[in-house]
Write a protein that binds this ligand. Structure first.
Ligand code: GCU
Length: 375
């Protein structure tokens, strides 16, 4: 008797917790993913391909600007090599990426660190704030059997409102409406590093993740949304313009982004400042483009500016797309509490205690997730 009533009670509690997620998401009134603009319901993977194209178009036109699709050539040169990094454990090389279009030529370096004791290691393509001279997490990542290709975002193009003067933006200058912003430039440049990584026979080219934190979490999400060669996309505390839904979001809003960092996005985003409810998209559109590949969104409990609940809800919102494509999306039966991690499905999420930061506690979970899913 007693046992039965406890079970019933816990079932009810579970149902209430699940319901809370659904209710929270419904409150946001976000645009539908699984419906074409001509109103056709999207209920097959083929129709999703058509919807995917629409979503790419909307996001580029209204938020990030158009990323170039043709018209350049890339070459790479190894400019430095260190065979015995970290006491002989790691082979490290610095590679210069050179990109040429009809308008000229730009270059930037990245650094590839490969553990000596792992055959064909999976890779993190990590866009970082730190200069390449800082070793950051490299030893811990390679000790865990992963290779890491790091690029410092300011080496690609400065984080300034410089028009299309510096970096890859100068190869394809855009207009004030739908021309690409800096997030697009950084994201596109990561794909030029990916061009190198996928032809590198010593790496597991089926398991290359792109990762970044904060503005670089937005960048990683955009990159992995547009470039289907990545097996996993990790957006750490990416917030507004990243994985967080704009509708109902706490902290940073469209108006804040457009006031403080207008050059990260395309000019059209300004139209939506203070009008989140009217946006023809929301950030679950960006997250959905990653499906059916793995997506991992990380939040921190005291990061109100990024708003981890809005990141979690975007993960929940894309889950039906994963299901349509035969995968589990986010497997979470309640709203997240501090310290939670949801690693079961193709959409991973964790809520680390503390403030806005990407640290070893986060990396540990990313590596665990990758090992679990083999991506
Ligand atoms: C600011 C900005 C955020 C961004 C963050 C960062 O706080 O408002 O959108 O994510 O900088 O990149 O550190």
């Amino acid at each position: 008797m007693g046992k039965e009533s406890i079970t019933k009670e816990s079932i009810t509690k579970e149902a209430v917790a699940k319901e809370a997620v659904t209710k929270e998401l419904e409150k946001r009134c976000i645009p539908e993913l699984l419906r074409l603009s001509d109103n056709t319901p999207v209920d097959t993977p083929q129709l999703w391909e058509a919807r995917r194209k629409e979503i790419r178009e909307i996001l580029q036109r209204e938020c990030y600007g158009y990323l170039p699709e043709t018209g350049w050539e890339t070459e790479w040169e190894t400019v430095a090599e260190e065979e015995n990094a970290f006491g002989g454990k790691v082979y490290m090389r610095t590679i210069e990426v050179r990109i040429r279009s009809g308008r000229g030529y730009v270059s930037f370096p990245f650094q590839l660190s490969v553990p000596g004791n792992t055959e064909k290691p999976p890779v993190f393509l990590y866009i970082t704030f730190s200069p390449l001279s800082s070793p950051e997490m490299v030893e811990e990542i390679t000790d865990n059997g992963f290779a890491v290709a790091r690029v410092c975002y300011q080496d690609i193009a400065p984080d300034q409102n410089d028009g299309y003067y510096n970096g890859p933006g100068s190869l394809f200058p855009g207009n004030a409406y739908d021309g690409w912003g800096k997030l697009g430039v950084w994201a596109w440049s990561l794909s030029r590093i990916m061009d190198y990584l996928v032809q590198e026979k010593t790496l597991n080219t089926d398991a290359i993740a792109v990762i970044g934190h904060s503005r670089l979490g937005k960048t990683a999400l955009l990159c992995g949304a547009m470039d289907e060669r990545f097996s996993l996309v990790i957006a750490s505390e990416s917030g507004a313009g990243g994985a967080a839904l704009f509708r109902g979001k706490e902290g940073e809003k469209v108006a804040d982004l457009c006031r403080n960092f207008p050059y990260w996005f395309c000019g059209n985003l300004k139209k939506w400042a203070g009008k989140e409810e009217e946006l023809p998209f929301d950030q679950h559109f960006a997250a959905a483009l990653v499906a059916p590949r793995c997506l991992y969104t990380a939040g921190a409990s005291e990061d109100e500016w990024a708003d981890p609940l809005s990141e979690f809800l975007a993960c929940r919102a894309v889950t039906p797309v994963y299901e349509l494509l035969g995968k589990q999306g986010l497997v979470a039966d309640r709203l997240p509490r501090t310290g939670d991690m949801f690693h079961e499905g193709s959409v991973g999420f964790h809520l680390r205690p503390g403030t806005h930061y990407l640290g070893r506690d986060d990396w540990k979970l990313f590596m665990e997730y990758r090992k679990k899913h083999g991506v």
